[in-house]
Design a protein around this ligand. Sequence first.
Ligand SMILES: NC(=O)c1ccc[n+]([C@@H]2O[C@H](COP(=O)([O-])OP(=O)(O)OC[C@H]3O[C@@H](n4cnc5c(N)ncnc54)[C@H](OP(=O)(O)O)[C@@H]3O)[C@@H](O)[C@H]2O)c1
Length: 330
Amino acid sequence: MPSTTKVIILANPPTGAILSDTFLVQNQDLPPLEDGQVLLKAIALNNLPAQRTWMDIYVPPILKGEVVRAPGLGEVVESRSDQLKVGQQVSAFMDWREYKVITPEEIMGVAPPGSGFLALTALGVNGLTAWAGAFREMDLKPEHTLVVSGAAGSVGSCLVQIAKHVVGCKRVVGIASKGKCDWVKSLGADECVDYKSASFAEDLKAALPEESDFFFDNVGGEVLDEVLKRVKRFGHITVCGAISGYHGKPLQLTNWREVIYNRYTIRGYIVTDYAKDFGQAVGELMQWVQEGEIKVDKETVVEAKFEDIPKVWGRLFTGETQGTLVTKLV
Ligand SMILES: NC(=O)c1ccc[n+]([C@@H]2O[C@H](COP(=O)([O-])OP(=O)(O)OC[C@H]3O[C@@H](n4cnc5c(N)ncnc54)[C@H](OP(=O)(O)O)[C@@H]3O)[C@@H](O)[C@H]2O)c1
C-alpha cells in the first residue's frame, strides 16, 4: 500500500476568478488501512460548477488548506472490508486525491462492470439533480411547458431528456450557446435558443408563443432576467444554479417586477433535500438509459494527469463542455 498520496488543496480561496495560485499539488500521508476500510485509487472525477460555490459560500465550505472536494469514481486497490473487493469500482467523494482510504458507508454506489462513467453522468449528482428537479421540485406533467437554461450542460441535458422522453412534456425549450443548440434539439427539445445572440429576447419569445409553466434555471443573471418575461401567470421558477455569477460577477435583474405582476413562485433547490429518494432515482435513471430515453453518448471526457485536474475543471466556465465533464485520470 502506498504511504502517501498526491492531493490538490485550496491554497488560496478565490474571491473572483480562479488564479494560478488558487490550488496547490501536495503529497500527504495516507493513514494505514483499518479493519472495514478500503483504499481507493481515483479513476475519474466529476467536475461540478458547484465546487466553485463550495470554495466560498457553501456550508460547510472548503477551507484554505483543505483538499478540494469532488465526487469521483475510485477503484478498490486494497480491502479490509467484507463488503468490497479489490477491482470493484465505486462512486464516492474521492476529492482531488490520487488515493483515499474510506469505509463502505461513505460509498455512494458500486459501479456495475462495464458501466463506464455512468456513475458520474446520468446516475451521478447531476442525473439525480435532473430527476429530483423534474419529479419533486416541479412535478412535471405532459400538459406542461418547460424552459431549461444551461440546457447543454450536465444537469440541463439530462432534464431536457427526462421532460421530453419520460414525462412527455408538451413543449421543452432549452437555452444554450449556439454551437450546442442542435445537440440539445437532438436530445428532444422542441426548440433551443442561443442566449449569446443579439436576438435572444425575440428568439425566446418566438420559442414560447404560449409562455412557459416552469423555468428550471442553472445560469441566473441576464438569462434569468429575460426568462422572467416569458413565464405564465402563476408559473414556477426553480433556481438550481447561477453559473454566470460563480466567479463574482453581480447577478442583476431588471425584470424583477414580473414576479409581482405574474404571481410567480420562485424556489431555491438543493438536490440533497431529496436524498431519501436517491435509490428510486438511480433505479429509474438506469432503466431510462438502458431503454434509450436518456442518452449519455456525447459527454465530455478529458484524459488528464493528476496535476491538470484544476485546468480541466476550469473548462466548465469557458463553454468548452457538452453534457457532463468527466476527468479521466491517466
Ligand atoms: N442546486 C443543486 O442541488 C445543484 C446540483 C447540481 C448542479 N447545480 C447547478 O446546476 C448548474 C448546472 O450544473 P452542471 O454540473 O450541469 O454544469 P454544466 O451545465 O455542465 O456547466 C457547464 C456549462 O455551463 C454553461 N455556462 C458556463 N458559464 C456560463 C455563463 N457565464 N452563462 C451561462 N452559461 C454558462 C456552459 O454552456 P453554454 O456553452 O451553453 O453556455 C457550460 O458548458 C450549475 O449552476 C450548478 O451549480 C445545482
